[in-house]
Design a protein around this ligand. Sequence first.
Ligand code: TA6
Length: 297
Amino acid sequence: MSKPAAPSPALPSIPHCVSSEVGAGGLRRLVLNGAGGSAQLYLHGCHVTSFQPTGADDLLWTSAHSAYAPGQPIRGGIPICWPWFGPSPEPGRPAHGIARLVEWEVQEAARLADGRARVLLALPQALPPEMAAWLPSGVQLRCQITVGAQLQLCLETTNAGSAPLAIEDALHSYFRVSDVRQIQVEGLAGMVYRDKCAAGASRVQEGPVRFVGETDRVYADRSPQVAICDGNRRITVAKSGSQSTVVWNPWVAKAAAMPDFGDDEWPGMVCVETANCLDGRVMLLPGTSHRTEVCIG
Ligand code: TA6
């Protein structure tokens, strides 16, 4: 007789603060209720899909056509891209790495003294063999999510191995907007960026970022904060430990080419991503860690 399946680890439940439920696609989801805001977080990919300040609309966007299935990324929310960004240099590997494709483990859950809700998740050490083979030995990844009037994510990579590591990461945040053609992103003026819609040409941002077509730019940006200005709404994206800010909207053709992105959904979203990628990748010496942090609100 085969051994009984190991019981799934008990998921945390802190009354009125952290609870778990079955979400889309039967995937397990945590609901975080902090003082000033609430969020939803799938264990799959450690993927935040919703953040709603009390009395306000959800700040994050998710596609109505998203997959919710093991091995597939959720479209929208805040995908975690790691340990590479974009297409892999190695053939046959998934874009944006493996972190968003596997179920993470909950390590801690707490209600803070100020009423915010906090959870800590870790990428499991036991990965599917083909994915484990893609990771440098001794690398560890954790993510701390804190929910109150603002949403904070802290992504920590640790090099517990014996060789230096080059890592790319991104908190690939999708924001809900009224109409991307009417918004602007402030705080990047004067920054150099790689224009992925122009074969990676290097350009300098003049004034706020406005959207008149497909936009896919990696800014060399260490500034502490940018803002999405949408009518009378202003969403601030503050960061630390990040040398790159990525701004993306697929526009008509790219949206139509993605099966998990509705053809008519592109005006309602913009990505402003907190990253370390391309020329901004992180070198981690043995025994050191790097934290990429974003605070949204
Ligand atoms: O961050 C922008 C980007 O790199 C775009 O080039 C586009 O590929 C987007 O990410 C979405 O990537 P995904 O693999 O989630 O479809």
